[in-house]
Design a protein around this ligand. Sequence first.
Ligand code: FDA
Length: 308
Amino acid sequence: MLRRMLLSASNSEELGRLVSASPLTRPLVDRFVSGETAQDAARAARALAARGLHVSLDRLGEDTADAAEAAHTRDAYLEVLDLIGRADLAPRAEVSLKLSSLGQFLPRDGERIALDHARAVCAGAAERGTTVTLDMEDHTTTDSTLGILRELRRDFPETGVALQACLYRTEADCRDLAGPGSRVRLCKGAYREPESVAPSSRAEVDRAYVRCLKILMAGEGYPMVATHDPRLIEIAGALAVRHGRPQGAYEFQMLYGIRPEEQQRLAAAGETTRVYVPFGDDWYAYFMRRLAERPANLAFFLRSLVTK
Ligand code: FDA
């Protein structure tokens, strides 16, 4: 119930303005967001890389309603890739992209605009010897995102995509994307979805996650196991062994600021471990999704609002 309320709040522009303007929110946001600029993100990436971790840099922002803003987002990604190249961080550092921030839902030609921009970002990544992974947004975007992925993979076959175990369709999508060269980031799913497309029970989502993992680990692609859930991390390790996948033939992924000691433990054990590092000033929706996932974060946030 609380989770659904917070996820609804993540779409409220009015609440977004209020929360974003409050200086009291800042300390908690700083835990999940590496900074406002590409330079902040590159600094965080260097620090994580020095500790043996891989990173995926994500510029916050979604659902652009303006073609100029979409082009600006593309340019911001090209700047990040330039920093990655200059800091010699490729291929340890890659970028994650939300297609809606590149104009996917602009009323005229949105998909084509997002595809063109994403293609430019993929070309920038390839030039520096690194990769791009497409984030997945709510279920209304899945077909369009997978369509754009197919186009991008013609020229950039290493382009990855996130799939959300919470959607009923995802086992079939995992089967489609379990072929050679494919990179799939399996996550539980962070959006509020109707019951017609996703179960409401978290236990059911966890079971679906395991079924999807089995498909990806048995397949010929490169599974990216994006979760903080200790049980799922253990199951992923066991499935990798069962399918004869050595370390490096799959990877673990976690979000910046969440279970950093576990990120370090996995890396120290020889597992490729990637941290998803968001940056930028448009952090409200991302931040609310993180609060929805963990009531302890919400309690901390509310306390900070009442104890000035
Ligand atoms: P969940 O939130 O259910 O937590 C399971 C368990 O993990 C908890 O019970 C606890 O044991 C442990 N845990 C979680 N948080 C913890 C904390 N702060 N401290 C200690 N223990 C903690 N979603 C999406 O829809 N599209 C996308 O493109 C992406 N991309 C993405 C990339 C990466 C790298 C990650 C890690 C996640 C995403 N997500 C995402 C978000 C994802 O869908 C999901 O919402 C969050 O990862 C939370 O789900 P968990 O699998 O971590 O489990």
